[in-house]
Design a protein around this ligand. Structure first.
Ligand code: HEC
Ligand code: HEC
Length: 419
């Protein structure tokens, strides 16, 4: 797959505020060809978008560099593709990411890295006697900042598989964009492995903040008063916001009346156990005693709770909970949820609609959620709509209503152009 051209296509078609890849993310040409005059109108328009922000442009080159994996060929963009809602699992068909080594399958679905500049560090917030976990990068919140987060995949054996920080820094020092790196972080930066490694994250964060949160969807145009939704999209939005029906916005927060797209991030970045069915195709799930417990591990050590939590709350109350992603660009993603168990949005909305009325559909004959050990089943969300209905109340949404919600979700993809 030609990732650089996917990125280039994205930046040329979407009206992002950002960076353009005339200099290439791995294709020929160094940082300097950005200034070359562009003959064709598309390139000229793209060139006009070139930001003065050199640091973000450096981050973009690192993000698209296939030389930064072992063996080479797996850039960040392999699992965070512009054409797949900044997710995608590098060709894996089982819902979780395929790393640079053949057969290296991870535990989780690549999370979108769009709009992640809005995620705060992990904290525990207590209001009215209830303690909630909020923020943090990754499905389990284990990185506090985007800059920290970016360093994880480079050394993860199931992702980019570099043997050491030094190995990564040496690759950057030998890259086409090494001069830009020195210019940003000092002439001698490559002599200090730890400092150079840290700055890789800083550059990537600058790129993610500058380019991957453009607020250019149809929904955003509607919020700004520049377009209107179709009838199915509007019906879907009403269901999405109805606190007694789908209640999606009860968690995936939005504020369409504000006039400000940034008040609709479609996530409050809090943690829930929503009863996602087990994905039996994940290699580690072959062991029936293995469970991915999100905030309680295995990819992190469980966080230490602050002294201010509500009485009786312990870390056990958070086991099996995962951080809610943004739904921006969700319709472009190939698979959904932390374990990638759903591969189309209609099935996702059917899950929300019928988890209470028809649990057998998701968990087999027992109808008992099958991806949490018995001792943590009480952590599964049952108080908020649509999960608070009596099992006998039937599906929350009809099939036609589900189609409307899906139509609305399609309005959240960036790159909308008024017809
Ligand atoms: C082999 C696939 C793969 C590669 C390569 C990869 N990622 Fe990821 N990315 C993932 C997966 C899987 C997750 C979720 C992991 C988890 O939660 O445990 C993730 C999560 C993230 C997140 C968290 C988003 C959020 O909302 O918290 C960001 C940001 C991100 N990746 C950026 C990057 C950057 C930057 C690189 C390159 C340095 C990179 N990724 C390389 C698969 C990949
Ligand atoms: C109680 C809070 C809550 C409600 C209500 C809720 N969600 Fe979610 N949603 C979450 C959480 C938490 C996740 C991540 C779950 C996981 O992977 O374990 C999620 C994940 C998703 C995803 C997957 C995104 C991705 O990148 O993989 C989609 C799509 C989604 N929700 C759509 C909806 C829709 C549509 C509704 C309304 C029918 C809805 N949600 C209602 C909390 C909620």
């Amino acid at each position: 797959m030609n990732y650089p051209s996917a990125l280039r296509a994205f930046f040329q078609t979407a009206s992002v505020t950002a960076l353009v890849v005339l200099s290439g993310c791995g294709g020929g040409g160094g940082a300097t060809d950005v200034a070359a005059p562009a003959a064709d109108p598309v390139a000229a328009r793209a060139q006009a978008l070139v930001l003065a922000d050199e640091r973000a442009r450096l981050g973009q080159q690192i993000f698209g560099d296939p030389d930064l994996s072992e063996p080479r060929g797996t850039a960040c963009v392999a699992c965070h593709q512009p054409t797949q809602g900044f997710a995608g699992n590098h060709g894996s068909r089982i819902g979780v990411a395929q790393g640079s080594q053949p057969g290296a399958l991870g535990l989780r679905n690549a999370m979108t890295n769009s709009y992640t500049g809005f995620v705060q560090p992990l904290s525990f917030i207590t209001t009215n006697g209830t303690t909630e976990a909020s923020g943090g990068h990754f499905w389990d919140g284990r990185a506090d900042t985007l800059a920290q987060q970016a360093l994880g995949p480079l050394l993860n054996p199931l992702e980019m598989n570099n043997p050491s920080r030094r190995a990564v820094v040496d690759k950057i020092a030998a890259s086409r964009y090494a001069p830009l790196f020195r210019q940003q972080f000092g002439a001698n930066i490559f002599n200090d492995t730890d400092a150079a490694f840290t700055q890789i994250g800083v550059a990537i964060e600058a790129f993610e903040r500058a380019a991957l949160q453009p607020f250019s969807s149809k929904y955003d145009a509607m919020v700004r008063g520049a377009t209107t939704l179709t009838a199915p999209e509007s019906r879907g939005m009403a269901l999405f916001m109805d606190p007694n029906r789908a209640n999606c916005a009860g968690c995936h927060r939005m504020n369409p009346g504000s006039g400000k797209p940034e008040e609709s991030l479609f996530s409050e970045f809090t943690y829930y156990a929503t009863g996602i069915p087990r994905n039996t195709a994940i290699p580690r799930n072959a062991d029936p005693a293995f469970f991915d417990l999100g905030l309680c591990g295995p990819e992190r050590t469980a966080p230490v709770l602050p002294a201010t939590v509500a009485p009786g709350v312990t870390i056990d109350n958070f086991c099996g909970k995962f951080r809610m992603p943004t739904l921006r660009n969700v319709a472009e993603r190939p698979v959904f949820m932390h374990n990638g168990v759903f591969n189309n949005l209609t099935d996702v909305v059917r899950f929300y609609s019928t988890r209470k009325s028809n649990p057998q559909r998701f968990y087999g004959p027992s109808g008992v959620p099958n991806d949490l050990p018995a001792k943590y089943l009480a952590n599964i969300e049952t108080t908020k709509a649509p999960f608070n209905r009596a099992p006998t109340a039937g599906p929350v949404l009809s099939e036609a209503e589900i189609a409307d919600v899906v139509a609305f979700l399609h309005t959240l993809s960036d790159g909308f152009r008024a017809p």
